[in-house]
Design a protein around this ligand. Sequence first.
Ligand code: DOR
Ligand code: ZN
Length: 351
Amino acid sequence: MVDRLTLPRPDDWHLHLRDGAMLRGVLPETARDFGRALIMPNLVPPVVTGADALAYRDRIRAALPPGSRFTPLMTLYLTEATDPDDVVAAARNGVIAAVKLYPAGATTNSDAGVRVIDRVRPVLEAMAGAGIPLCVHGEVTDPEIDIFDREAVFIDRVLDPLRRATPGLRVVMEHVTTRQGIDYVRDGGPDIAGTLTVHHLLISRTDMLAGGIRPHFYCLPVAKRAGHRDALVAAAISGHPRLFLGTDSAPHADPAKESACGCAGIFTAPVALPLLAALFEAHGACDRLADFTSSHGATFYRVAPNRGRVVLEKPADPEPFPARIDTGAGPVTVFDPGGACPWRVTEIQEE
Ligand code: DOR
Ligand code: ZN
């Protein structure tokens, strides 16, 4: 039986930190366990220029607990007015690690996103030339398309044509939720990778809707049927080098979730690593966890792995996970997929 896991300090390749009081409340939850995270730019207003990203990075660094070595890796929010030269300069200067494509209207704070892909073609060409990854929220926004089909349709209608039109563009299909998404990444060659969230590996749409509607299981892309979830798990534990962790931990204050029209987003940061340890253990794949959390993503993003380690163990009498954390922006419920999780992060070894 495995009862201790030592991983190189992990990376979260997709994280929402927000700003102000919410940032100060949630950042320590990621900075405790993770060495780096790729920070999503969907603030209000969004992070659209290199100067915006620099200023946001400063605010994140200022909100870190004293002594923390956590590194925020920044992204720009792609708009139809994005200047290719600004993107390339921001990447060259080490200010950004990627650019994020939100189809306009696809999700939280995506109104400034892209309506017509051809309008961002010069930016995509410049990114392909400079090797800057494009992170994609892969859902069509066509109201005629059923919400459970929006990812699969996006691949055919948008993602594949975009990649064919821009050879060499490096793409991360974010928070893959379907078998089709997994197949597309797997078969897509060295220029495409995919991130998987903790919640999409653990819940299906049935968990969200059967026996009562659970707003803290609602996110976008929405969880799909259990067969898709099983395909995600099989892919995660398979050790595929272009699939890695991006939690999409996305805090909203509880009143905004527990509402007649609740926000999309699941806050997983405090429990992400223990829940993954339990999942990989259940599938006899503990030896693959470090690749998923700490190595494959760094390789795709062409950065060295973190120094330092995290240790996970199964304490005899584990402290229960917090049901919610209090932030200056209100309480935020922590993801709880049900069932007991024996794993806890017990030690951080800095180097
Ligand atoms: O569930 C989600 N929440 N999906 C997204 O794409 C955005 C995120 C958020 O910012 O809350
Ligand atoms: Zn996200």
